[in-house]
Ligand binder design. Sequence first.
Ligand SMILES: NC(=O)c1ccc[n+]([C@@H]2O[C@H](COP(=O)([O-])OP(=O)(O)OC[C@H]3O[C@@H](n4cnc5c(N)ncnc54)[C@H](O)[C@@H]3O)[C@@H](O)[C@H]2O)c1
Ligand SMILES: O=P(O)(O)OC[C@@H](O)[C@@H](O)[C@H](O)[C@H](O)CO
Length: 386
Amino acid sequence: MKALHFGAGNIGRGFIGALLNRAGYEVCFVDVVHELVDEINRRREYTVEIADAGHEKIKVSGVRAINGQDLNAVVTEMLEANLVTTAVGPSVLKLIAPTIAKGLAERVKKNSQPLNIIACENAVGGSSILKEHVYHHLNESDRKKADELVGFPDAAVDRIVPLQKHEDKLLVTVEPFFEWVVDQSNIVGEVPDIEGIIYVQNLKPYIERKLYTVNTGHATAAYLGYHFGYKTIDEALQDEYIRHVTKQAVMETSRLLIAKYHFNPEQQEQYIDKIMNRFSNPHLSDEVTRIGRSPIRKLGPSDRLVGPAVQSLNYGIIPEHLCIGIAAAFLFNDEKDDEAVRIQKNIKEKGLAETIHHYTKIGPDSPLFQLIREKLDILNEMRAVQ
Ligand SMILES: NC(=O)c1ccc[n+]([C@@H]2O[C@H](COP(=O)([O-])OP(=O)(O)OC[C@H]3O[C@@H](n4cnc5c(N)ncnc54)[C@H](O)[C@@H]3O)[C@@H](O)[C@H]2O)c1
Ligand SMILES: O=P(O)(O)OC[C@@H](O)[C@@H](O)[C@H](O)[C@H](O)CO
């Protein structure tokens, strides 16, 4: 069984690649960083280290890699792959789509075996988004064949994997917890037998619970942490105010999720407690700039902050603390982050009101708009007296 995985980064090596390998797949990574591809091919194995008191080291062997710019190599791999997965970042899906489309166009002519393509990204409907981009590059006849032979089941993936700073370029340190939930209703052919995947018939509650709890809390703590000068998430969460706002923000999303999907309130409370502990794992050092990366994406209308805030209003919940997180995201001015730079430029050139509307799509008539502005003033005042 062969798996082709796009993105040999932290989640690619530390989570998806490791699970596929354990399930018996021969894993081939696709990446655009030459050094990474070469190193994987030179060693054909790497180590995953579990960040807890035991520091267990797991060897992932028999892997190889190809360069994503080598179209022929990717097409050749796609002809034979039994499964395709991605962990490249939601904004990169559009960029890998032409290559995947080329591979699929060849494959549907030569191989009548079904193929599932699972995007393992932090986005609602990641595989569906990828499908849309891929289909854009297929002609009508290949699209019809792909409708029959190719599935794009959506997925939710959860495992905290910080930026890696090891001498061993392939070593990846990951938290012990992981969860990979896949929408079974969109699988074509046999359901892949991979230990660790939870198959569900309706993914929406799971991806929203993951993105709107884990990532909402993470982003809130990271943007506040950055604003108040903390470097890592566990440092930020030792600040009483940041811990309080983060916990309240995920309590707000929790009320939304319970109302919308009827999650069990007690289990939801345990889920939150577990997440707050995961954020503070003393064996991981996770920088607030990684967690806050790409703030334009994170301020998007259906992403982790604005998504639940807007939906909350429909259930009579006033998302005060989510709005603090949103306000803090507009103060994230990490100059190494292109999206942060673009937001700050927009604020300078077009003003705050226009910028909030532009990125969040929240209009001045929404009660959230005023709330975000008030929270921004409060955060700036708090910083000034710090
Ligand atoms: N790190 C985490 O804790 C975590 C947890 C759950 C989900 N995720 C999600 O997983 C995805 C990947 O995150 P990550 O932390 O592993 O990022 P990462 O930057 O470590 O890995 C992304 C990899 O994709 C590669 N890449 C970029 N463009 C490419 C292209 N055109 N073709 C092939 N490869 C390309 C990069 O070189 C990099 O190796 C994101 O969607 C993220 O939200 C991350
Ligand atoms: O990967 P992003 O940029 O969407 O979000 C940053 C972190 O919140 C994220 O990577 C978490 O560590 C992860 O989603 C935990 O499962």
